[in-house]
Design a protein around this ligand. Structure first.
Ligand code: FES
Length: 143
């Protein structure tokens, strides 16, 4: 084999391997070039000082991707509800409705329970629910 033909074939082979690797990486759904840190379940996303925040039943606040609401008196985890704030239908920010004790989406009126389950569509997928822990007067929302 001539040297120039050999190098040409070698170049095509290397190109084929590179394209194959890229296609397989894209096909696997990989979003990042490097591994992303894994946040262990149970890690605190944020904390709330219950002396000054979420004091009254019906109070709610949005922190990052989470909405947390006080759904009852007391300072046990059952007095609070924390779910993903972006509606599973088209991502509008849901709001807590204390009169019905549900979350309501302002765009198309989907309704979710305080555990994030769809009660009324058009949403068909439940909101992610977050666990909370309370230590003294500090509430932590966990992954
Ligand atoms: S975005 Fe929430 S119901 Fe459509």
């Amino acid at each position: 084999m001539e040297r120039s033909k050999f190098l040409s074939n070698l170049g095509l082979g290397v190109a084929a391997v590179c394209v194959g690797s890229c296609v397989s990486a894209c096909g696997s759904g990989a979003l990042y070039d490097t591994p992303q840190p894994v946040v262990p379940a149970g890690t605190s996303l944020f904390t709330v000082d219950l002396k000054t925040d979420l004091v009254n039943v019906g109070d709610s606040k949005i922190v990052g991707a989470v909405i947390i609401a006080r759904i009852a008196a007391g300072t046990t985890p059952n007095s609070f509800s924390a779910v993903e704030v972006a509606c599973t239908h088209l991502q509008a920010k849901i709001k807590y409705d204390v009169t019905q004790n549900v979350y309501v989406c302002p765009w198309h009126k989907s309704i979710f329970s305080t555990t994030g389950q769809v009660i009324t569509g058009p949403a068909v997928k439940d909101q992610k629910k977050y666990n909370v822990v309370i230590t003294s007067t500090t509430l932590a929302v966990l992954t």
